[in-house]
Design a protein around this ligand. Structure first.
Ligand SMILES: Nc1ncnc2c1ncn2[C@@H]1O[C@H](COP(=O)(O)OP(=O)(O)OP(=O)(O)O)[C@@H](O)[C@H]1O
Ligand SMILES: [Mg+2]
Length: 377
């Protein structure tokens, strides 16, 4: 059986239903064709629909808002259900939150571990708060690359989990030494060794990955800005480039005990975004920053497509804001070129979207979103 867009190897979300999710009491949506647009005023519930799809893919929303806040005000439970077609097979994915407990089901069978589900229905979200990736501290950028690398490389995920566990243990040890005023050199030595071993693996993998990711990112950016003559780059900054990690851990022991934490390692790495050789945060305009983030997400899409052999869902939330007409046109020519699988687009200015879609010759399914209700347009 082919999906509705006629392509066998794509993944398609065919149906979505919600009960008591955010501002939706109840909603049922049927998706046909590869492009769905959710159009409606600010606060009507467009992003909430994308959040529901995000839950089905990642078992949680995209923000740090807890599950309890996703239940409609005045209720304490919600239900999200989706029907996916993948490799010509239909699967029902359900996320239920009830009695403060979240359960994810695939074809009515509950998962014991959410990590077994994540990645099966890959998704890339481009959203306004991606800007945090540029504006916030290094942690959010590490999280972005860690999440992507973990989906591409199981060994990376394993090493990261190991590293984080040892780091936590070493830090408790440092605080214990400080409290007791004694140091067990053998014990801390064994942690230094373990941290250095997994830290080196992660460092090598991050380094390798950035060198592969960069050409993809440059290609995506160049297409978006066609002819604008801007060049972007990502620099991977890690102290491990200059030091012997294990020796440095040994050297810094006294300082680390005083600090109560490990002051060197891949948990302090950062990724530096550049535009024409300058810091993107300080020198990039809003539109340039937005273009950079879109290119990053499209490069993420490329990595996941190559890895999985099918295309992730692409969620474009408020994508048209801050982009000039040329960049919008380039983006829409990508959308219309069938490079992507299923795409969900939101816009608070329906007239603008409908015009852009019409001008690009794209056949999209349009939905009107109003106050937690969805209807076909
Ligand atoms: N748990 C909840 N219960 C009820 N309503 C909620 C809940 N969480 C969020 N909302 C409401 O959902 C609305 C926001 O929905 P959403 O973010 O999807 O809007 P939007 O259509 O994307 O708007 P914009 O165009 O401004 O991005 C707000 O009015 C908010 O109060
Ligand atoms: Mg929104």
């Amino acid at each position: 059986m082919n999906g509705p867009n006629g392509k066998q190897n794509n993944m398609q979300l065919e149906k979505l239903s919600l009960v008591n999710f955010k501002n939706y009491q109840e909603a049922r949506l049927d998706f046909e064709g590869p492009i769905q647009c959710f159009l409606g005023k600010n606060g009507s519930g467009k992003t909430n629909l994308l959040e529901a799809i995000h839950y089905l893919a990642f078992t949680r929303g995209s923000s740090f808002v807890g599950d309890a806040h996703s239940a409609r005000e005045g209720t304490d439970q919600f239900l999200i259900k989706g029907f996916f077609t993948k490799h010509s097979k239909v699967t029902e994915v359900t996320c239920s939150f009830e009695g403060r407990k979240k359960t994810i089901f695939e074809n009515s069978k509950p998962y014991t571990r959410f990590s077994e589900h994540i990645g099966k229905y890959p998704l890339v979200l481009v959203a306004p708060n991606d800007i945090e990736l540029i504006w916030d501290g290094g942690e959010i950028r590490r999280k972005f690359f860690d999440a992507l690398l973990s989906q591409l490389d199981k060994e990376y995920l394993d090493q990261l989990v190991i590293y984080q566990a040892y780091l936590k243990q070493r830090n408790s040890l440092l605080r214990m030494f400080a409290e007791r005023g004694t140091v067990d050199l053998d014990l801390v030595g064994s942690y230094n060794e373990k941290l250095a071993a997994s830290g080196e693996v992660i460092f090598q993998k991050r380094q390798e990955f950035i060198s592969q990711f960069l050409p993809q990112l440059e290609k995506r950016y160049a297409f978006l800005i066609e002819g604008a003559g801007e060049k972007i780059s990502v620099e991977y900054n890690s102290e491990l480039k200059e030091i012997d990690f294990k020796k440095e851990l040994e050297k810094r022991l006294d300082r680390d005990i005083a600090l109560g934490r490990t002051s060197v390692g891949i948990h302090r790495d950062d990724f530096h975004f550049l535009l024409n050789g300058h810091d993107l945060r300080r020198f990039g305009s809003q539109g340039q920053q937005k273009s950079f983030l879109i290119a990053m997400k499209l490069a993420e899409f490329d990595c996941l497509s190559a890895q999985n052999g099918f295309k992730p869902l692409l969620l474009l939330d408020d994508i048209f804001d801050k982009l000039d007409n040329d960049r919008i046109q380039h983006l829409m020519s990508l959308v219309s070129s069938h490079e992507f699988g299923q795409i969900f687009i939101t816009d608070a200015r329906p007239d603008r979207s409908l015009e852009i879609i019409k001008a690009s010759g794209i056949k999209a399914q349009n939905f009107n979103v109003e106050n937690g209700r969805v209807s076909s347009l």
